[in-house]
Design a protein around this ligand. Sequence first.
Ligand SMILES: *Cc1c(COP(=O)(O)O)cnc(C)c1O
Ligand code: SF4
Length: 314
Amino acid sequence: MSHSLQNCKITPYYRNLLDSLGPDHPLRRTVEPLDDCMLASGELTDPLGEEAHSPVPGLVHTYPDKVLLFATLDCAVYCRYCTRSRLVGKSSGDWKLSAEVFGYLEKHTEIRDVLISGGDPLTLSDAGLDDLLSKVRKISHIRTIRLGSKVPAVLPSRITPELAGILVKHRVWLQLHFIHPAELTAEMTCACDILAGAGVPMVSQTVLLKGINDDTDTLAKLFYGLLERRIKPYYLFQCDPVIGSSSFRTPVEKGLQIISELQGRISGLAMPTFAIDAPGGGGKISLLPNSQFLRDGNEIVLTNYEGKEYRYPD
Ligand SMILES: *Cc1c(COP(=O)(O)O)cnc(C)c1O
Ligand code: SF4
């Protein structure tokens, strides 16, 4: 059965990067159209059950303290494995967060953390972004604002001192998306220097992708490269079972094996948390290798990254 996925969009910058990497580089598969793709059982158009947890359009409230906003349905590139492929690149007219969304934020005083995503909010204009951030900042119980973006990886020229100034003014955290060390180019490094130099705190999320980044050396290189550029690796995600994702998904054991090989080897600051976003809206669930421990009388038996046992008096 074939299924046409989403729109295709690749920035000239990312196109040049892919061309310089050669015709067989695995990164190509993440953005280039496939003739058709297989549908596997268990795949869903909305794997995280976001629609069911959306009290008003454009806002997802899964956890008590934090919400996710869709600021735009546009991205600089469209990723083949995108969990939100049901929405991104599909909007006909202009998408804008409604007054209802801000009404909901004002009413729900338990919300203290807002993650602005989409789509990619850095595809908005400086003025549009400043306006949106000002509206969120006006709500006094909202203490932290984060903005999810893949722009530094695919359109680094969008990062300017003016943009960094807006992010700093509103005390925004950037939650970036990188999947491969080939994305750590001179242009991307320059963008990171602008952001980190201005004082924008940055973390990164990586989706584990079969045949693309599912080996320990590739990820060690990526996580170290991000850390050098002052971006803290935050999450390594198991790929969501979105429609058409089967060629990208790894067995869960693969991620656990990679995490256990990285643990103890690389700098602790470069280690992300391995997590699965539970299908149906259960939220993120982190997974640890060797996390089970044994009790032996007054001692806990722990296993380290080399498989050696250590005893802790407890
Ligand atoms: C991922 C996500 C968040 C943020 O989760 P953190 O673990 O705090 O980064 C918030 N709301 C929704 C709906 C999410 O999917
Ligand atoms: S940048 Fe993010 S939201 Fe946009 S297509 Fe890629 S994964 Fe989806």
